[in-house]
Design a protein. Structure first.
Length: 278
């Protein structure tokens, strides 16, 4: 995947240095401007981000067009990823005109693809597009950082369970990433959602809760949900208290990682242990 160099003239956009010190605490995004890149079919990332609005932080969303929405089998899932790779560059180019301090990639599957090596390559390609001086959050990296903050460290014999909306080929790459990161994936359930839109976004809470109960056991140290169009931020914090172990939605991990990377340490008591304690 390659991104074309931006030819847009950014010289007329307002620099932060133009804001006087007397107004610095009042203008929008004075603590951080965070850009968020999401597929056009995704309705869950913004929904979850609206659960918290830290003072002085602004979220700036860009969408890349997904015309291939069919995910009904492995072959179509791969066509979906190919389409994603061909359109993401333009959305990033558009986003950078608002000069974000940090960019969060609000998609999931591509960040796990090819394991740790694949994610590293993805990070390198995105940095080429946004610049090395702009902070970057990917779904895969944010989940690992969150697990480490919660004391569930890779390479220490920790067992995890993972819930995805993907087809088997997607699950295979998710498993590979976590195993590369030093975790034992004891349970993995893929929902095999057949399209990139409402088939994922409208998975009912009770179904997710049943799967959490299915994959949980005494030897599971954490349960992770991936797939950014599947929102579990409303139910995982409650179940986390019940099960007394970390339950980690990928969107919560992404928000947390982006904010903490910008030095925003605000804590919240409705999004689980990650935001309450770290």
């Amino acid at each position: 995947m390659a991104f074309k160099n931006s030819k847009l003239d950014l010289s007329k956009t307002r620099e932060r240095s133009q804001i006087t010190d007397s107004h610095r605490d009042n203008y929008m995004g004075h603590r951080a401007k965070i850009g968020v890149v999401i597929p056009s079919t995704n309705t869950a990332v913004e929904y979850d981000f609206q659960r918290i609005i830290p003072r002085g932080v602004t979220w700036h969303t860009t969408r890349f067009l997904i015309e291939q929405t069919d995910l009904s089998d492995d072959e179509k899932f791969m066509k979906f990823l190919d389409a994603l790779r061909s359109t993401i560059g333009g959305s990033i180019e558009s986003l950078m005109t608002c000069k974000p301090d940090h960019v969060m990639m609000g998609m999931s599957a591509e960040t796990f693809w090819g394991g740790v090596k694949g994610n590293d390559g993805f990070v390198d390609r995105i940095h080429e597009a946004v610049g090395e001086d702009v902070g970057l959050t990917t779904g895969a990296n944010s989940v690992i950082a969150a697990l480490e903050a919660l004391g569930v460290l890779g390479g220490t014999g920790k067992n995890i369970a993972v819930i995805t909306p993907y087809q088997p080929i997607g699950d295979k790459n998710v498993r590979l990433f976590f195993e590369d990161s030093g975790y034992e994936v004891k349970e993995l359930v893929g929902l095999r959602c057949d399209n990139a839109g409402d088939a994922i976004a409208l998975v009912p809470d009770h179904q997710v809760m049943d799967i959490v109960k299915q994959v949980d056991s005494d030897d599971i140290d954490a349960i992770i949900q991936v797939g950014t169009n599947l929102s579990t931020a409303g139910i995982f914090p409650v179940m986390e208290k019940m099960l007394k172990k970390p339950l980690l939605p990928i969107n919560v991990a992404g928000m947390w990682h982006a904010l903490r990377s910008c030095g925003i340490n605000d804590q919240y008591d409705h999004l689980g242990r990650l935001f309450e304690e770290h």
